[in-house]
Design a protein around this ligand. Structure first.
Ligand SMILES: Nc1nc2c(c(=O)[nH]1)N[C@H]1C(S)=C(S)[C@@H](COP(=O)(O)O)O[C@H]1N2
Ligand SMILES: [Mo]
Length: 594
């Protein structure tokens, strides 16, 4: 009898062809398909709350920003006293008669609040809730703001965290903060991956809403209600300020014509703050900053990030003042303007406002629990909206993104979980003499390279800026070999599309850290395997003996302590299938160039 040889499934055959790695490497990835945010999130990081915001004054004095609240109250009180004195003076009274507080709108400017405007206003509230809450979560992941790209501890201008301890093993992840679930979106510590999908995804909707809004403003002539058209806006603003401060508030004429302070604040909000929010947001993208290095030199990621934060401060200030005044200056009429579209004092506008507010409250309360329960849906939503834009940015040539020796940062944050396996320790103790980089998969010539082999390849050096997803940055000089040389050496097969980098280190949740990169980006000028950092062999915490640099991507993709590289045609069967450790566990995207 002939013995039946069981035919292997095509899947199994394929798996065998694909991976010539010792099977152990892929097997040592966590294969779990994580689908919710649970107790073990980010390696079970315990909650950690920050400190009251501290503003740096001079070299090392820190001012508690909460003192601004009593200061504003005292100054406001003084302002009221001074204004009340001023308005009794005949000259001031004269001035206020000449400039009663509102400039004339140009002939033919429409009045009132058309339906499109009212709907857009409502959508804007909805979008801003998501953007601001998610933005706070992003900020909480690196709760320090700097002006310079070097992110040097102690050189922040504002921090929400204690001073950085004098400990070289202290990581940026250890520095991250928790927010209450109903403030952040989501609030949990180091939930930046999910926060970014909300922030960037809803940004696209918000921008679209804004572009339509501005187009309609100009198409209908409503623009002249919120754009200054005469210089008398300035004396009128002074007059309005005196009226508010002297507690003799200007009569509300919002239906036809805003007072000068209203007009200026709407103008700033629509035409200054919104574009600035977008530009400063883009200013934080590694791909764009690398491509447009000249702009990024002045307008660095940290400058952009700080301005982005100040734009947030403007919006929060605006919202507080705006909502307060809506309710303090004829609430029913004001609500009718924006909700019912008429200038009466009926309760209709209030009713519509209350109903919409109830819906918004439900959405607000549900957003974080929904995110914890359906993180993959949140990622799909974000990917669908911002993914194509990120894709576009990856095509920019990174060549210009080089810096010079004098730009090298004196401090470079460390991040991630260090390797602790016996295998790694043994290699480390031997000065990595026995280290072999295993290169396998869809290549013509699989290789096993010692450090000496790597150093014998054409050497490549670059001084580039690192962008961590958490928000910190730094410039370093990297020495090693270009990935291009590696590709020439091993010869990827035509089917190869992705390159998997396996670390010796585990990720925060167990299972080896890994990341998948697009093959096309491995040919970029600034994609390399680094063995040196700032002219020294890579240190332990920065990834000894070999790490990846790919300067159009965020830092988490640059695997440290690399032990193997595998060329594949798809990655849904690698690890959890999302294209990287953070992707599997924390719902990052498989590409993040912004
Ligand atoms: N193996 C491994 N590589 C890793 C990480 C990690 O956790 N494990 N963290 C990544 C992240 S989030 C960043 S920002 C950079 C940090 O590199 P550095 O520590 O040299 O600054 O390494 C990346 N490479
Ligand atoms: Mo990072």
């Amino acid at each position: 009898m002939t013995r039946m040889v069981p035919r292997r499934s095509p899947e199994a055959q394929r798996a065998e062809q694909l991976s010539e790695l010792p099977p152990s490497l892929r097997d040592r990835l966590d294969q779990g398909r994580h689908d919710h945010v649970g107790e073990h999130w980010a390696g079970g990081l315990p909650a950690q709350y920050g400190v009251a915001p501290k503003l740096r004054i001079g070299r090392e004095r820190w001012f508690n920003v909460l003192w601004l609240f009593p200061a504003v109250i005292v100054l406001g009180g003084l302002g009221v006293l001074v204004a009340r004195g001023l308005v009794t003076m005949p000259a001031v009274q004269d001035f206020m008669r000449t400039f009663p507080g509102a400039s004339d709108v140009p002939e033919g400017t429409p009045e009132g609040f058309p339906a499109w405007m009212r709907w857009q206003h409502l959508l804007n509230i909805l979008f801003m809730i998501f953007i601001i809450r998610a933005g706070l979560s992003i900020l909480a992941d690196h709760p320090r703001l700097y002006w310079s790209r070097h992110s040097v501890p102690g050189r922040e201008w504002l921090r929400f965290q204690k001073p950085v301890p004098d400990d070289p093993t202290y990581t940026a992840k250890a520095d991250s903060l928790t927010l209450p679930d109903q403030i952040g979106l989501p609030g949990r510590r180091h939930s930046i991956g999910l926060a970014r999908w909300w922030h960037l995804g809803v940004d696209m909707l918000w921008l679209l809403n804004g572009v339509i809004f501005v187009a309609l403003l100009f198409a209908t002539g409503h623009w002249a209600r919120i754009v200054p058209t005469s210089w008398d806006i300035i004396p009128n603003a002074v007059s309005t300020a005196l009226q508010y401060l002297s507690l003799d508030w200007p009569t509300d004429t919002s239906w036809t014509n805003y007072n000068a302070l209203q007009l200026i604040s709407y103008f700033i909000t629509v035409f200054v703050a919104a574009p600035l929010a977008m530009l400063t947001g883009l200013g934080m993208s590694p791909a764009l900053s690398t491509r447009f290095r000249r702009i990024s030199r002045v307008f660095s990621i940290q400058f952009a990030r700080s301005l982005h934060f100040l734009v947030l401060c403007w919006y929060l200030f605006f919202v507080v003042v705006h909502v307060t005044l809506v309710f303090a200056t004829g609430a029913l009429r004001n609500l009718n303007h924006m909700y019912a579209g008429d200038d009466t004092s009926s309760w209709v506008g209030f009713g519509l406002f209350a109903a919409s507010a109830a819906v918004l409250v439900v959405i607000w309360v549900a957003a974080t629990p929904f995110t914890y329960r359906h993180p993959r849906a949140v990622r799909r939503f974000g990917m669908a909206l911002i993914g194509p834009v990120q894709r576009l940015f990856e095509h920019v040539d990174g060549r210009p993104g080089e810096y010079t020796e004098k730009d090298i940062s004196t401090y470079f944050w460390a991040n991630g979980r260090v390797p602790d396996s016996a295998e790694y320790k043994l290699l480390q103790d031997g000065g990595f003499a026995d280290y072999r980089l295993q290169i396998s998969g869809l290549v013509d010539r699989p290789a096993s390279l010692s450090l000496a082999d790597l150093r014998a390849l054409p050497s490549h050096e670059q001084i580039t800026q690192h962008f961590c997803i958490q928000g910190w940055s730094g410039v370093a000089k990297w020495g090693g070999v270009s990935m291009s040389s590696i590709l020439d050496l091993v010869g990827p097969k035509p089917e190869a599309r992705w390159v998997v980098f396996y670390s010796f280190a585990e990720g925060s949740d167990g299972g080896l850290y890994y990341d998948v990169q697009e093959l096309a980006q491995m040919r970029y000028e600034l994609t390399m395997l680094a063995v040196d950092m700032n002219d020294e062999p890579l240190s332990f915490s920065h990834g000894a003996p070999v790490r990846l640099r790919n300067e159009v991507q965020l830092g988490f993709k640059m695997v440290k302590w690399i032990q193997g590289i595998e060329f594949v045609d798809r990655f849904d069967d690698v690890g959890g299938g999302s294209g990287g450790y953070n992707n599997d566990h924390e719902f990052f995207g498989y590409r993040q160039s912004i």
